[in-house]
Write a protein that binds this ligand. Sequence first.
Ligand SMILES: Cc1cc2nc3c(=O)[nH]c(=O)nc-3n(C[C@H](O)[C@H](O)[C@H](O)COP(=O)(O)OP(=O)(O)OC[C@H]3O[C@@H](n4cnc5c(N)ncnc54)[C@H](O)[C@@H]3O)c2cc1C
Ligand code: SF4
Ligand code: SF4
Ligand code: SF4
Length: 348
Amino acid sequence: MSASLGFDNLMENVVETGICSGCGACVIVCPFKNILKYSNERPVLVGECKNCSICLKVCPRNNIQDDELEELIFGRRKTSDDLFGIFKKIYVSRSMDEKILKKGQDGGVASTILTSALNSGLIDGAIVSGVDPFTPWLPTPLVVKCREEIIGNAGTRYTYSSNIIALKKAVNDGLKKIAFVGTPCQILAIRRMQKNNLKKFTRPIVFTIGLFCSESFSYQGLMIEKIQKGLSIDLNDVVKMNIKGRMLVYLRNGHVVKIPLKEVRKYVQQKCSYCNDFSAELADISLGGIGLNKMTLTIVRTDKGQEVFNQVISNDYLEFEPLEKFDNSLKLLKRLSLIKQKKRKNVT
Ligand SMILES: Cc1cc2nc3c(=O)[nH]c(=O)nc-3n(C[C@H](O)[C@H](O)[C@H](O)COP(=O)(O)OP(=O)(O)OC[C@H]3O[C@@H](n4cnc5c(N)ncnc54)[C@H](O)[C@@H]3O)c2cc1C
Ligand code: SF4
Ligand code: SF4
Ligand code: SF4
C-alpha cells in the first residue's frame, strides 16, 4: 500500500460506501493527536490528516489481501476444508459458577475465561461491552478489572459496541495484560494492528475472544422502534435478549416476548452484509450459542487460546458435554459460515 494514502481514501473506500463496521480501530491508531474522533459509529476527521496510511492498514473493511495473517497466527493458510477457520479443538461447555451462568448469554464461557485469567494473574483487565448508565441496553465499550465487573457485563447486546475504543483507555490506564472480547470485525482489526506492529496497543493483548456474529442491529431500529415503541416495552424491564430461531425478549416479570426474525430483519445494520466472518476465525478462542441451550460452543484456535482454556479446565470452572451430542450445532456452524462467505457483497 502506498505510504501517501490518507483518511480521504478510507472515507471514499469504506465510510462513504456504507461498509464501515464502526470498529473504531482507525480512530485509536491514528498516531497524531486530535485528527480523528469517533461519532455515530464512524470515524470523523477533525484535524489535518498527515497521510501516514496507518488507519487504512488496520481497517477490517479496507480490502487488503492479507492471507499472510493466517500464517502469522496459525503458521499456515486456510484451505477449503477449514470451513469455519483453522482451529485446534472444539468444546461444548458451561460455567460452573451460578452467578455467571445466570447472567451469561449462553454457557457464560466468555465471562468464565475472563474471571479465570484474572484470578490467575494472566490478565489485569479485559475489554468487553458494557451498557450506557443512562440509556438502557445501549452498549458501550468498557474496561473491566474485577470479577464483579466481568459478571455485571456478561450477556449479549445485539446492537454494535465498538469495543476497540476501550483499548485506548485500557492502555492509558496502564493495563499491561489485557484480554479483548469482540465481534469478528473487531478481531480482524486487532490482528491487522498486530501485523502492522502497532505495539502500543497490541503488546498488552494477551489473548482475544471472538463472538460468533451473523449480524448486529441498529439501536434506534431494534430497541427503540420495535421493542420500545412497537411492542410498548419499557427497556428498563428487559433483563435479557437472545436469538434462538426467534428473537426472545425476557422481561423482569418473567414473561418472554417472542418476535419472529422476519419482523426484526429490517433493523439489521447494512454494514453487516459486507462481512464474511461468522465465527471470528482469527480469534484465539471463538464462542457462540449456536443451536444450544445454556451452553457455549467453544472453538479453541491457537496455542495461546489452548493455554488459556486449559487453565480454565484445570481449575474446574467449566463443565462439558460430549461434542458428539451436538452434531446439529456443528452443521449449523458450517452452514452459517458458508452463507456469510457467499452472501458477502462485492466491495472491491
Ligand atoms: C452482535 C452479536 C451477534 C451475535 N450473533 C450470534 C449468532 O448469530 N450466533 C451465535 O451462536 N452467537 C452469536 N453471538 C454470540 C453470543 O451471543 C454469545 O456472546 C456467545 O455465545 C458467548 O456466550 P457466553 O454465555 O459464553 O458469554 P458471556 O459470558 O455472556 O459473555 C459475553 C461477552 O460479550 C460481551 N458483549 C456483549 N454484547 C456485546 C456486543 N454487542 N459487542 C461486543 N461484545 C459484547 C460482553 O461484555 C461479555 O464480555 C453474537 C454476539 C453479538 C455481540
Ligand atoms: S492514521 Fe494517518 S492517514 Fe489516517 S487519519 Fe491519521 S494521519 Fe491520516
Ligand atoms: S477502521 Fe473500523 S471504524 Fe475505521 S473506517 Fe474501518 S471499519 Fe470503520
Ligand atoms: S456481522 Fe458482526 S462481525 Fe460482521 S460487521 Fe456486523 S457486527 Fe461486525
